[in-house]
Design a protein. Structure first.
Length: 298
């Protein structure tokens, strides 16, 4: 299949492109830089130069493809709401370019946008929060609209995606611990994050492209919930810093902008996804990758 991949030069995209090419697909990757274009060419992909927010160019690239995987996102936390609203337009544009065809579009979202009222891991069928609560949900809202119009659109919700170099939002926990000279967790630190190795996430995107069903939500979850206390203890060893519990009142002083997120319990299940797409994650777990991370580089 001729697949147009946005975010092809990113963390997930750099694993996704070789995964697709290895399975026999022709990949056209979007890049806005020379370095990204060179990396894509080295990986065996064709390159579309440009910015994802250039909607005319994006529409043309999607229309020329037999399938689209959209993973680009601007993670600059200073204006997340604006970036999320931009992504709503990007998703709508990609969907419009493929409307009336059976060509698949996979939209990337996050399991953290689905909150558990019961403490049970959230499932693929659970509704996401609105963008009024979590701005990042704008992308999934745009996908909802395309699905309602009958598009062959799927949503891939990612948990903390990791290898030894990157571990989702845990990189900010490491950064804050370095700045604070200690590694903290809140209360008993029983709140959890789900996780997946980046190579397993890449394979799941491919399986969804090849076997996924229109309107499906998939959870790329290998581990349902790793506690923040376990994570803090491994980071403490890596950074050679003391590890301690802090109170919710102390959390803003320690975590800053991450304080609220750091206290959420966000377990998620990928059981339905494993069954439907016959996906069997095999990569190392989050704590193993955190053990082996390079804390000088992090
Ligand atoms: N990693 C995780 O743990 C995680 C968890 C949940 C959800 N997600 C979602 O998964 C997706 C992939 O995440 P990631 O970790 O791979 O992100 P990433 O490493 O930050 O990569 C982002 C990609 O988007 C591209 N991009 C950003 N703004 C662009 C623009 N204006 N025009 C063109 N390209 C642009 C970047 O291009 P450049 O190379 O040019 O910068 C890069 O290829 C994102 O939607 C993210 O929100 C990730």
């Amino acid at each position: 299949m001729k697949v147009f991949v946005t975010g092809a030069t990113g963390f997930v995209g750099s694993f996704l492109v070789p995964e697709l090419i290895g399975a026999g697909h022709d990949v056209v990757g979007l890049s806005r830089s020379d370095a990204g274009a060179e990396a894509l060419t080295r990986a065996g992909a064709k390159v579309r130069r440009g910015d994802v927010n250039d909607l005319d160019a994006l529409r043309a690239a999607a229309a020329a493809a037999e399938g689209v995987i959209h993973t680009a996102f601007n993670h600059d936390t200073s204006d997340l709401k604006q970036h999320a609203e931009n992504d709503r337009r990007v998703v709508a544009t990609l969907g419009a370019a493929l409307a009336g065809t059976d060509r698949p579009l996979i939209v990337t979202s996050a399991t953290g946008l689905v909150t558990s009222a019961t403490g049970e891991p959230v499932r693929e069928s659970d509704a996401h929060a609105t963008s009024a609560v979590f701005p990042r949900a704008a992308s999934e809202e745009a996908a909802d609209a395309l699905i309602a119009e009958g598009g062959n659109v799927m949503v891939m919700r990612l948990p903390q995606v990791h290898d030894t170099r990157r571990q989702g939002r845990i990189r900010w926990h490491i950064q804050i611990a370095k700045e604070q000279g200690r590694v903290a967790y809140v209360g008993a630190g029983r709140n959890r994050v789900p996780a997946v190795h980046v190579s397993d996430a890449a394979r799941l995107f491919r399986l969804a492209l090849e076997r996924g069903e229109a309107g499906a939500r998939y959870h790329a979850v290998a581990e349902e919930g790793v506690s923040l206390r376990e994570i803090a203890e491994v980071i403490g060893v890596g950074l050679k810093l003391p590890v301690e519990s802090i109170t919710p009142e102390e959390a803003p002083g320690y975590y800053g902008w991450l304080a609220q997120l750091a206290q959420l319990d966000l377990p998620a299940s990928g059981a339905g996804t494993r069954r439907q797409l016959r996906w069997d994650p095999t990569g190392p777990d989050l704590l193993t990758d955190l053990h082996e991370a390079d804390y000088d580089a992090a």
